[in-house]
Design a protein around this ligand. Structure first.
Ligand SMILES: *[C@@H]1O[C@H](CO)[C@@H](O)[C@H](O)[C@H]1NC(C)=O
Ligand SMILES: *[C@@H]1O[C@H](CO)[C@@H](O)[C@H](O)[C@H]1NC(C)=O
Length: 431
């Protein structure tokens, strides 16, 4: 399989991470074509072949930046999410259209650390498809194919994001070092019209909100309830309601892991589930089944959570304060239980919220000039064989009451999140 794709792709694909300078141009600008040339080229894009090439890339680990668990899926989801996650409803600016993540300021943000490698990995595919495939379409589709390749639910992906020649459109989102030039008043607690809480982050600080809302240096409060309040506010500014927000976090964190190593990454360490490159509900069930306790990250600079039961099969997994928000807020908890009792409902919600995420914002060809995959590409409609199996289902009131009643006999334990209030340093990252 590898030799097949090697024959199809330009020389130099394999070896030591070439193409960093194309994914993230050091000149801070790139050539772009006219909208009409792009429209014409897009008509010839072979979307099926592109999906196959992306699927091959996912498990073709490169020595220069080896794939976690043998799969680049989590990495590509993060790239696509952070490309799209600049969108804010206050002025409808941001989104993956334009692919501003390739240029400063976005490429320099702390939350986007190491994503230059993800873009470099995609360059051979960009070169193969040329003008028909914009960077915005490639990055977002890499995320969608990543979800699909790991067994997750997606809806048909649409193409037609017009690339920008530089990062100028992202100037309004700010440069971390001179965040005062934005409309943010307190760095780390930015309010509207800003989207994220901090210039340099995509959403919230996963370690929780600031201890003192007026002081960046007060450190983060690792309180999941308070984190839930902040998540609702910030995802709301990005156009997401409760079920969209919760399904994005639950779906996104079904995959991948956090990395402790490196100055530009979070300091958090560990996977969310025991199968980080396979779509499962373990991210949510784990939070309902286990008690979680705080622990310092390996670098000692941040707080993450581990299972209190150190013999649990989930002992090697981790949660962030912002993850535990999903089971420490009434509305999010109701959704989490609903999805644990019927994973099909999470599948449908996640596929829809992912599509909304990667399509939000401007920087697109007119609607009639876009291309979308056929409806037959939609997944997430399969029924859940484990439906109502979980103990929480007995106590859940669902839309369909007969679903809930079948599970009464499984009534059992419940969760308690242990809060040991202490806090260390400031660190950041999400998704
Ligand atoms: C982007 O901004 C820089 C600095 O203000 C300017 O020199 C450059 O011409 C701008 N590029 C475009 C394409 O507007
Ligand atoms: C959020 O929006 C989606 C899409 O419009 C909708 O299906 C869902 O019911 C909404 N959820 C809530 C909690 O309002």
């Amino acid at each position: 399989m590898n030799s097949l794709i090697a024959a199809l792709l330009p020389i130099g694909v394999f070896g030591s991470c070439p193409f960093m300078d194309i994914g993230t141009p050091p000149s801070l600008k790139a050539e772009v074509i006219s909208d009409s040339d792009f429209k014409t080229a897009l008509e010839g894009l072979d979307i099926e072949a592109l999906e196959q090439d992306l699927r091959i890339l996912m498990t073709d680990s490169q020595t220069c930046w080896p794939a976690d668990d043998g799969h680049y899926g989590g990495f590509m989801i993060r790239l696509a999410w952070h490309c799209a996650g600049t969108f804010r409803t206050s002025d409808q600016k941001g989104g993956c259209g334009g692919a501003g993540i390739r240029f400063p300021p976005e490429s320099d943000w702390e939350d986007n650390g190491n994503l230059d490698k993800a873009r470099a990995l995609l360059v051979p595919i960009k070169q193969k498809y040329g003008d028909a495939l914009s960077w915005g379409d490639l990055i977002s589709f890499a995320g969608t194919v990543a979800i699909r390749d790991m067994g997750g639910p997606t809806n048909p992906h649409c193409f037609g994001r017009v690339d920008d020649a530089d990062g100028n459109k992202s100037d309004i989102f700010g440069v971390t070092d001179s965040w005062q030039d934005t409309d943010c008043v307190v760095q780390g607690n930015c309010q509207e019209p800003m989207g994220a809480v901090k210039v340099g982050l995509i959403y919230v600080n996963p370690e929780g909100p600031l201890n003192d809302p007026n002081d960046l240096n007060s450190g983060q409060n690792p309180d999941p309830e308070k984190s839930a309040v902040e998540i609702r506010e910030v995802f709301g500014r990005m156009g997401m309601n409760d079920s969209e927000t919760a399904s994005l976090i639950a779906g996104g964190h079904a995959f991948g892991k956090c990395h402790g190593a490196g100055v530009m990454t979070s300091g958090f360490e560990g996977p969310w589930t025991t199968t980080p490159s396979q779509w499962t509900n373990q991210f949510l069930t784990g939070m309902l089944d286990e008690e979680w306790e705080q622990v310092a990250t390996p670098s000692g600079s941040a707080v993450q959570w581990q299972t209190k039961d150190r013999t649990s099969i989930l002992a090697g997994t981790m949660r962030l304060t912002a993850d535990l928000a999903l089971v420490n807020d009434d509305a999010y908890l109701a959704l989490a239980k609903h999805w644990v009792c019927d994973q099909q409902k999470l599948d449908i919600a996640f596929a829809a919220s992912w599509k909304k995420l990667v399509e939000s914002g401007g920087g697109w060809l007119p609607v009639e000039d876009r291309r979308c995959e056929p409806e037959s590409k939609a997944t997430g409609q399969q029924t859940d064989p484990q439906k109502n199996f979980h103990s929480v289902c007995a106590t859940t009131t669902t839309d369909d009451s007969q679903e809930a009643s079948t599970a009464t006999k499984f009534c059992l334990s419940f969760l308690a999140v242990v809060l040991t209030p202490f806090s260390l340093g400031v660190h950041s990252w999400l998704a």
